[in-house]
Each structure stands twice: as C-alpha cells, then as structure tokens.
Design a protein around this ligand. Sequence first.
Ligand code: ADP
Length: 448
Amino acid sequence: KGESTDIVIIGGGGAGMTAAIEAHNQGAKVILIEKMPMLGGNTVRAEGGLNAAGTPYQAAAGIKDSPELHFEDTMKGGKNLNNPELVRTLTNGAAASVEWLKENGAELSEVGRAGGASVNRIHRPAGGEAAGNFIVVALKKKLEEYKIDVRLRTTADEIVKNKDGVVTGVKVTDKDGKQYTISANSVILAAGGFGANMDMIKGYQPKLEGFSTTNHPGATGDGTTMAEKIGAKLVDMKEIQIHPTTIPNQGVLITEGVRGDGAILVNSEGKRFTNELLTRDVVSRNILAQSGKVAYLIFNDELRANLKATEVYFGMDLVKEAATPEELAAQIGVDGKALADTLNTYNGFVASGKDTEFERPDLELSFEKGKYYAIQVTPGIHHTMGGVAINTQAQVLDTKDQVIAGLYAAGEVTGGVHGANRLGGNALADITTFGRIAADEAVKALKK
Ligand code: ADP
C-alpha cells in the first residue's frame, strides 16, 4: 500500500522549501512533508540575513569581496573544524542563491555587516524586514503557485532502505495518526537541527543543561536520528552554538544586526567588555563571564531608524528607553556615570576611527544623541552545527564514507559546513545553496 513520487522531502523549513521548488522547476514530482502545522521551521526565525560574496548588491555598494574571503572567514569562524570542500561549495554557490531567491520573490538587496565577516556581506530585504520570515513567505507563495504537494502535520518516522542499501521512501504518520509509506526515487532530508531537544543537547553537551533555546518546538533532531538508524554517519554533534544575544528565559533572539549596525554591549557595571563583532561563541563566553551572566545592548534612535527589525523588540516591550545615558542607566540598574563615561569614551573611538580598548573594527554608531535604548541579553542555544555527513553533492554518507544511494540532505540537519561555530548569515546561505544542490542531484539521479 502507499503511493509513489519522484522525490520526497522531509521538513518544510528553508532547506526543504528551496529543494521542493527547485526540484519542481526541473520537472520532478515532489511531496513535501512537514510535521508542524505550518511551514518555516527555524528558518522563519532567522533575523539576520544571508552571507554571499560577489553579488550585484555588494558591487553597487562598492564592497570588495570574494568567495575566497567568505571561505576564509567561514573556516576561521568554524575553528577550521569545517569540512573545507563543503565550505567551498557554500561560498562559491551563495551568490547564485541570492539570485535564485530574487527569482523566487525574495530579493535581498541590502548588505550589512555580521560577526566574523571581514567585509559587509550579509544580505537582507530592503526596508528592514527580518530575512527568514521574508524568505519563508515568498517561498510559500511559490509552493502554492506551483501547486506542490505539501503535507502539514505529517511526520516522517522512518527512512526506508531496501536490501541493497538503497533508500526507497519514507514512512510517515499523518495528522489523524494514519501511517503510510511514500515510495520515491530519492529522499531529501531537510528536517533541521535538535536545538529544542534538551535531552539530545544534554547528551552531547552536559554543560548546556538549563540553557534556554531560540529554536522552534519542532527542532527535535528527528532527521539525524532517522538517518543514523539507517547507517548514516553523524559529524560534529557536540558542536552546539549559543547565540550571545537572547532575552533571558524567553527564547527570543535579538538579531546580530543590532550589534552589526553599531550597538555596543555593556555589563551591569556599565562598562564595555568585548569587541562586539567577534564570533558568537566568543561574545557568548564574554557575556557569561560578566556578573549575572547578562549584558545590555545599548543603541540609540539613529540605529533604530536604520534597522527596522528593532521595531519588533519595541513591540514586545523588551527595550528600556531614556533621553540621557544617565536616565537609561537608572532604568537598568547600572551606575549612571559609568555608562555615560563608557559612551563618551566610545564616541571618542568613533571620532578617531580606532577602538583602542577592544579593537572593534567597525565603528558605525556614535552615541552623541538619544534617545538611548537598552535590551538585557544573555546567551541561549541557537544552532546545532553537527548532523548528517554529506558530500558536496548533498549525498548522505554512511559510517564508511560511502554514499547512501537515494538519500540527500541539506540545511541544519547536516554537519560539517559550519565546523565548531556558525557565522551569522551562513545558515540562510547553507539552506538555499545545499537545498538547491540536493534537488538538482536528486533530479539528475531521476533522469539516469
Ligand atoms: P533548515 O533551516 O535546515 O531548513 P528548519 O528548522 O528551518 O531547518 O526546518 C526544518 C523543518 O523540518 C521544520 O519545519 C521541522 O518541523 C521539520 N521536521 C522536523 N522533523 C520532522 C519530521 N520527523 N517529519 C517532518 N518534518 C519534520
């Protein structure tokens, strides 16, 4: 019993949606299954943007960049644990992913700075909308327009393999608890990471017990678990990223763009303690070393006007505001003179173009004028770098590094692309680049 199709895609986040549209456009019959009542996964929560080098938008802004530099930044950010071939594939393919998104209704025409990037490279929608939601809304429209078979509230339970070790389909359970098998020429695994599965997190990193998470509730690691059961190799599972700026106990994430566009971090003594543009792991560690394991993002109206994404935080009542640094300090329980001194010193750095204290390379914002704003932040679980081993064709590998025929994977479910630490902006680059590759390869296999 059951049904058959060309390609089944497990997971309707960014990677799965991208793969579905790409495979459909290449003439394949696709079924996309998603266990949650809606599409989007963690992707819909991505606020930052997409790292790509060599785009027309960078050129228009006079930014000199190259896939090679993006490669170097990504390897350095990942502490060289990354699989260099996968990183090459990512950095060589990212500009085409920006183009692909534009063709599919999600143009990312603004370029900004993100942590760990040597130049402005993170692409976001014009007008300050959060990139993840913007992309998910556009791709959802395409799925509807193309009448692609999307099945919500349908959970993949098992990847089916035949006696010859070839993947032949997926066993699923629908919203009414009915189980059935979808046979397919290929399966693309795009089920995301395990950042919302505390047992799995603790199992790989006991020291993260008790951390809050920024992940959507469906990020439970089903993809890696299912793939491991049929012999897939898992890599870097211990590499779990904490995001430096999340709201304590709320799982809400403050986009890196706030720091990227100029906000500084101060501790409860009103003092800066880090170059705010260092990679997520380092900034997180630096925050955890402060009293109360919290810090405050400080910015002003100039940044608020430039970065529309901040309005969401105002709407959620997460921002304290005041007319002067002293008043702001009083609101957050910080010494007024200390905060005012910190801002004065920093204004001097902006004026001279040199941060002699922490060597922040990019000094975009000066704090001469208010209003002044503060958001209390602490690090939270954000991204699982580890996952299923793949090659540059997004084919899943077994524990002997042999290809598991018929099985592809893309996005957070995979390991190796981001090494020990993912740079902000590389997740959207990953899902769109490897999502397209998985689809292209699965379609090629269909034609063989
Ligand atoms: P990526 O960024 O790699 O696309 P996301 O987290 O955005 O990852 O998307 C992964 C999607 O996969 C989520 O929407 C999640 O609910 C879905 N998913 C996870 N496990 C299953 C499963 N067993 N069956 C179907 N969908 C799943």
